[in-house]
Design a protein around this ligand. Structure first.
Ligand SMILES: [Zn+2]
Length: 770
């Protein structure tokens, strides 16, 4: 479990927080195997016996003072009695993980009902209203998946178009049975899938049926236009319908699988391969809104098709969760698919959303293999507790307290948006009953969540008692343990049996308190600040539009600059008149703040926040929102401000970091550049590079080793491109050189991009200070 705070030394009180202009919060990656410093938890058992505070329910931890019969809670200060059981437990204190480390992972006993055969179940649902190329890609992805699935897994193959197809591969020849999907949006599939094919015929053991599954995959063909015409008919207004009954198919599939939930499996994962928007049956989507927006701009261009057009997929996600199903959506399409409506099905059921605009260079098979090869936790409960002076924030959206000084200016903008929610971000469900409790259906070690903090009252952290702010995060989760990890070697089972393990992971952290604004600024973690900003602008652009999100981000930087200049007493009147007032926009006295103006500029240049007029596809924007809102801070930084390094030769690095500008390239004089933009890796050979340099770089050089290591460590497979300057089209690389680009995207201006952006921030800060 990795936990990182925006400010390591917390502000003393509300005034200090507002004075700083910084967001105050943390990011949490609960299933990360190590903490943010690379230390693993101390493992143990009997998590249910861990003493808890009778006042705040925090768990006993290393920061608590223990006496012979009692302990004092490090979060709320309550004195708690120790039970006889605990006294026995603590007679040998060093034998208990909770006395050894503030990061522990304890086994919990399973309830009787939970002790069931926990076979991992995977179902592929393949779109047949598609093309040969699409199906070829899906086949290679599923063949890769079969290699990654552990022994004892069950696999089912289903297809959808104007009908649902179910495959039984357990007999001598694969059998497929079909059921038609009604066209109208309120029609349900006429027959229960269980009556079409018993579920246990559909779910085949991967161990014995791998080859047969592979041959069944070979038989997949796109529906022909004849089939579609007879099956799906012509749509209204003569518009041709692809006949893609995705919503109906998913609905039927969940109720089909749900019958074995808690019996055969504890979590079933559905891989939905989609080549376009659902256009028949339940959950059909109107894709004409995309064309209308471009044609007439009748749609709200600022919101750029970000809101969903139907609650169907959000509701369907709830059904999936109740059926023990988690859905991963793999959209491979260059058509408008309305991921804004579809995304809920994946992110709310604990799955991921993958989006590929082309079948040619798609990393789908690699992504699939990696996703299935890494461990995941499910049925998770994440609970955050704080010491009494502060709490997770429940403030007005985006305008967390730091924006309050600007609220008068923004009043007209914010007036229509005053509803309150708790400021917690990431792919989870808030508990309907308890505050600060999140349910996570399924997550891997990369999944990251974020919280904003606020003061619980106007007292703040006391300077007299010396009590420091405490944070405790409890994460309860279930994992499937494969048979070979179990100790019962020699048991006569020839059939691999999986078991479920329930665990409780607890991390307790103590933070310092800053005694001056300079101490706050010196303890800023700019990567975490960016993470919180990204969450806030995603939320703001979903609700109020992209333009609004950009404005809020810009204003935030203006306020920070003003507060910093004010706090550091940097504002001096120059040689008469306001023109001489000097504003330090580069944060020259505070290294920790220095990355922020660049990061804000880069975020404004990111497709996440580029204006609709710049041609950002709405589906791509939604994909980025989903991806970014689950990334841990360092990865997110890489995605927003890519890392550009240069190499003197294939085996020797020249500079570890360049700013993203053409000027930096030219002045460095290096022959080779390597750009890491998280989803993309680009190797660029300067046009002046020695022509005898091998291209592309061979496998045995330092550059390749670096690239391979990066690919290995990442949650998604980055796309690798090699570009030879002067010969190949270098646009893909040059687009990342943002610092000469105009921040509003109106092309290359006569003034330099980032430089003029800073000048503009300077002007706005002066106006704000007036
Ligand atoms: Zn307590």
């Amino acid at each position: 479990m990795a936990v990182r705070a925006t400010i390591i030394r917390f502000p003393g009180d509300q005034d200090a927080l507002e004075e700083s202009g910084l967001p105050w919060g943390v990011t949490v990656s609960p299933f990360a195997t190590k903490d943010e410093n690379g230390n693993p938890p101390v493992y143990g058992s009997d998590g249910h016996q861990l003493p808890r505070c009778e006042n705040c329910w925090a768990y006993y931890n290393t920061y608590c003072e223990q006496e012979q019969w009692a302990w004092t809670c490090s979060l709320c200060g309550t004195l708690n009695g120790l039970s006889n059981q605990a006294i026995t437990r603590y007679s040998l204190p060093e034998s208990c993980p909770e006395n050894v480390s503030s990061f522990i992972d304890l086994e919990l006993p399973m309830e009787e009902s939970e002790e069931m055969p926990a076979r991992p179940v995977y179902v592929a649902a393949v779109d047949l209203a598609s093309s040969e190329e699409f199906l070829e890609l899906v086949k290679s992805a599923l063949l890769a998946a079969l290699e990654a699935l552990g022994p004892g897994s069950l696999f089912g193959l289903a297809t959808f178009s104007h009908k649902i197809g179910l495959y039984d591969v357990q007999g001598p020849i694969p059998v497929v049975k079909n059921v038609f999907i009604p066209h109208d949006s309120d029609g349900t599939v006429s027959m229960e899938l269980q009556d079409v094919m018993p579920l246990l015929s559909f779910l085949a053991p991967v161990d014995t049926c791998k080859d047969r599954i592979a041959s069944a995959l070979e038989t997949l063909r796109p529906t022909t236009s004849w089939e579609r015409n007879s099956g799906a008919g012509q749509g209204l207004d003569g518009v041709f319908l692809g006949g893609r009954g995705f919503g109906s198919a998913m609905e039927a599939l969940f109720s089909y699988l749900g019958s074995e939930y808690g019996n055969t499996f504890a979590l079933a994962r559905v891989f939905a391969f989609l080549s376009g928007a659902p256009d028949i049956g339940a959950g059909q989507l109107d894709t004409r809104r995309y064309g209308e927006q471009y044609a007439s701009r009748r749609e709200d261009a600022d919101r750029a098709l970000l809101p969903e057009q139907t609650p169907f997929y959000k509701d369907l996600a709830a059904v999936a969760v109740q059926s023990g199903v988690c859905v991963d959506i793999f959209a491979v399409t260059n058509e408008y698919t309305d991921l804004a409506s579809l995304k809920f099905l994946s992110i709310e059921s604990g799955g991921s959303l993958f989006f590929y605009t082309s079948t040619d260079d798609s990393t789908l098979p690699q992504d699939m293999y990696r996703m299935l090869s890494r461990p995941y936790a499910f049925n998770c409960v994440l609970r955050l507790r704080t010491s009494s002076e502060f709490q997770p924030s429940h403030s007005v959206r985006f305008s967390s307290s730091l924006l309050i000084p600007l609220i008068l200016i923004l009043l007209s903008r914010l007036a229509h948006n005053t509803c309150t929610i708790s400021q917690q971000y990431g792919h989870f469900f808030p508990d309907p009953q308890y505050e600060n409790v999140q349910h996570i259906i399924c997550c891997d070690s990369f999944a990251t969540y974020a919280y904003d903090f606020e003061f619980a009252n106007n007292v703040g952290f006391s300077r007299h008692t010396g009590e420091l702010p405490m944070l405790q995060i409890a994460f309860q989760y279930t994992v499937v343990v494969p048979p070979d990890e179990l100790a019962n070697v020699g048991s006569n089972s020839t059939r691999a049996k999986h078991s479920l393990k329930r665990r409780l992971r607890i991390r307790t952290l103590q933070f310092g308190v800053a005694h001056s604004i300079n101490e706050i600024y010196d303890s800023v973690d700019s990567e975490v600040v960016l993470s919180l900003l990204v969450h806030k602008v995603i939320l703001a652009s979903l609700e109020q539009g992209v333009r609004e999100g950009r404005m809020l981000l810009h204003d935030w930087l203006v306020i920070l600059t003003a507060q910093y200049n004010d706090a550091c007493k940097l504002i001096q009147s120059g040689h008469g008149g306001s023109t001489g007032v000097h504003i330090d926009v580069a944060f020259s006295q505070c290294p920790q703040l220095q990355p922020l103006p660049r990061l804000v500029f880069a975020l404004l240049r990111n497709p996440l926040l580029r204006l609709h007029e710049e041609g950002v596809h709405p589906d791509y924007r939604i994909y980025l929102q989903c991806l970014y809102s689950a990334l841990e801070p360092s990865s997110l930084n890489r995605a927003i401000y890519p890392l550009l390094t240069s190499y003197a030769s294939l085996d020797k690095q020249a500079y570890p970091r360049h700013s993203l500008s053409r000027a930096a390239l030219i002045t460095s004089g290096s022959p080779i550049f390597f750009l890491d933009a998280f989803t993309n890796l680009i190797v660029f050979y300067a046009s002046t590079a020695d022509p005898s340099l091998p291209f592309p770089p061979p496998q045995d050089c330092l550059l390749r080793t670096t690239i391979n290591k990066l690919k290995q460590e990442r949650c998604i497979t980055p796309k690798l491109t090699f570009i030879k300057g002067g010969q190949d089209d270098a646009t893909a690389f040059e687009n990342y050189l943002i610092e000469e680009q105009d921040v509003e995207g109106s092309g290359f201006t006569s003034v330099m991009g980032f430089v003029s952006f800073l000048e503009e921030i300077n002007q706005s800060t002066l106006e704000y200070l007036k």
